[in-house]
Design a protein around this ligand. Structure first.
Ligand code: GDP
Length: 595
């Protein structure tokens, strides 16, 4: 670290790599980690627990322009080793994300995929500065690779045909970004990275364009994050639990990304769990062993202290219930009370507000739970319960008590269903569990399920529900007087079905429809505008009914309530009009009929 950095007291910005599966996140991270080791610079890159630190010197070296060295005041970049939006949301801190910057990887040959959009949505929500890389340019037809070259250098060496193919594919991605609300362009054409999203074409495999990625990340950190990166090297250590892990010989340990201050062996720390926070003493601080030290039995070596920003493993008693995504804060006898309160409050803030009814949401970490609840709320889905943990027998039991089939569901993100819960599921076939590792797939699956259920219910209802209808007996069209009467009618509104009772405008029921014919063919129902022959059982023309009479379908009170108060919006205009006339008749003497 140069004096420059120490004077400024800027910590290393934390970077997350996100994007769709198989688009090359791991390969890019390997590329960033690997090359300088290959060049014999091992040690320059520091392997942390769960993260890799690339110092500014290594980046400058890769870019081949030493003059850049003094332009930067951030000490380097700390890449989180686990790619994906999962790590991003787990690494929450103070309601935001711990990641200062992100890289979204898109396979230029495949374009946008579900997790690409999910990553963009999450970054938008957290307002995290990021860049997009269009990966695998080496796979474009005719591409001649120039390993580790900056993008523009390798681009200029391609044939005009390959360049044209590249442009087409590249601007497809830019177009998709635009659809998502981002004005984006190739990094070298951008003057203001605050207004325009930078897109860097790369190959994670050959390293082309990777130095550009590192430079732009540094630039972004410097320009937009300077204030956020100030830290207090002597202050209490503050971090976030990345993972809770069993280690042979160590028992339960927590992998922590430390983003402020210093932690020392023997320090008291407060760690979040559901309910009261954990208060414990650090038994050991562990870092990965260098490759050269492989002969040791343990993969880890003890260190006396850890300084932000870094990844470190903590071994301490009583941390079994620590929650991934929760804070870890060092405390002294003077601060312990306030730190306990602070951690408790932070966990309570995530104990998401729930409704009195709705679905059950379960997720693996606080961060992903938060993200899920956010997406479901946005889709206006009610949530009865939101919890961290696998789907348990208790959850299934609880879901089985919910009557509404739309709500007797469990939406599970990135977790398992325990065997006894699965067993219980067999006894309750109506309960549904939707599980996936992409939030919005769960959301889509659930929405589809709701739609199917609603259609089923609607069909069931409309098959049995008596709908409004009115018709007029046409003059000169009495074909038979009675038993049954057969008359020509015009349907004025709604629908007339076989076997429905009909009534006069004064409310008297005069008969039942016992057959409808259109041009000599029997039909089950007649709709508005049609002129048909109709058999009316129970009525005699000249007595109860006569030519020019207007008759209505007799709707029972219970069906009328459904029509008026539940599905009125789904009726056609003539059905609405007919229903209103019908209600006026029924309510003439009884104002509260059907209410
Ligand atoms: P992740 O799931 O996003 O982490 O994707 P991986 O890094 O595991 O990559 C998926 C596959 O794509 C692997 O077979 C990689 O070797 C391959 N791959 C990744 N990046 C590149 C690239 O730039 N060029 C080529 N040709 N293949 C790549």
């Amino acid at each position: 670290m140069s004096e420059n950095h120490e004077k400024k007291n800027l910590r290393t910005p934390i970077v997350c790599v996100m994007g769709h599966v198989d688009h090359g996140k791991t390969t890019l991270l390997d590329q960033i980690r690997g090359t300088s080791i290959v060049k014999g610079e091992a040690g320059a890159i520091t392997q942390h627990i769960g993260a890799t630190e690339v110092p500014i010197d290594v980046i400058v070296e890769r870019c081949g322009d030493k003059r850049l060295r003094d332009k930067f005041i951030v000490p380097g970049l700390l890449f989180i080793d686990t790619p994906g939006h999962h790590a991003f949301t787990t690494l929450r801190s103070r309601g935001g994300s711990l990641a200062d910057l992100a890289v979204v990887v898109v396979d230029i040959n495949e374009g946008f995929k579900p997790q690409t959009i999910e990553s963009l949505n999450i970054l938008k929500r957290f307002k995290t500065p990021f860049i997009v890389v269009t990966n695998k340019i080496d796979k474009l037809y005719g591409w001649k690779s120039n390993p580790h070259a900056p993008f523009l250098t390798t681009y200029k060496k391609q044939t005009p045909e390959t360049q044209a193919l590249f442009e087409t594919k590249f601007y497809e991605v830019v177009g998709r970004l635009y659809e998502q609300g981002f004005s984006a362009d190739r990094f070298d054409r951008i003057t203001d990275f605050q207004k325009t999203l930078g897109v860097v074409p790369i190959s994670g495999l050959t390293g082309e364009g990777v130095s550009d990625v590192l430079m732009i990340l540094l630039g972004l950190a410097q320009r937009f994050l300077e204030s956020a990166l100030h830290y207090n090297i002597d202050g209490p250590g503050i971090g976030t639990v990345l993972e809770v892990k069993e280690e042979k010989g160590l028992g339960t340990t927590i992998d922590v990304i430390l983003y402020d201050g210093t932690l020392r062996k023997g320090d008291t720390v407060v760690i979040g769990r559901l309910g009261e926070p954990i208060e414990t003493k650090i038994r050991a601080l562990l870092k990965p062993r260098e490759l050269a030290e492989i002969r040791y039995e343990s993969k880890f070596k003890q260190v006396p202290k850890a300084v932000a920003a870094c990844g470190v493993k903590i071994s301490a008693p009583g941390i079994e219930e620590a929650l991934a995504g929760s804070p870890v804060i060092m405390a002294t006898p003077e601060t312990i009370e306030s730190v306990l309160e602070k951690v408790k409050k932070e966990i309570a803030d995530v104990q998401i507000q729930t409704d009195s009814d709705g679905v059950m949401i379960k997720a693996d970490t606080l961060g992903s739970l938060e993200a899920m609840v956010h997406e479901f709320r946005k889709a206006e889905i009610k949530i009865r319960k939101a919890e961290v943990g696998d789907v348990s027998k208790r959850d299934v039991m609880e879901a089985s008590t919910i009557e509404d089939p739309m709500h007797s569901v469990i939406l599970a993100f990135n977790i398992k269903t325990t065997p006894d819960a699965l067993e219980l599921m067999d006894e309750h076939p109506s309960i549904r569990i939707f599980t996936n590792d992409v939030i919005y797939r769960i959301l889509d699956d659930y929405k589809n399920y709701i739609k199917e259920r609603e259609e089923e219910l609607e069909k069931l209802r409309s098959d049995t529900l008596i709908k409004p209808g009115q018709f007029k007996i046409l003059p000169g069209c009495v074909f038979r007087q009675s038993k049954p009467a057969v008359v020509g009618v015009r349907i004025l509104g709604g629908v007339i079905k076989n076997n429905t009772d009909v009534m006069l405008p004064d409310g008297t029921v005069v008969g039942t429809v016992k057959g409808i014919e259109n041009n000599g063919k029997k039909i089950p129902k007649a709709t508005v505008g049609m002129e048909v022959a109709m058999a009316l059982d129970g009525a005699t023309v000249g007595r109860q009914i006569k030519e020019e009479d207007i008759l209505y379908v007799h709707i029972p009170e219970s069906d009328s309530k459904v029509l008026e108060f539940e599905i009125f919006d789904t009726l056609s205009n003539d059905e609405k009009e007919t229903l209103e006339k019908y209600l006026a008749i029924r309510r003439k003497d009884k104002p509260f009929w059907g209410k």
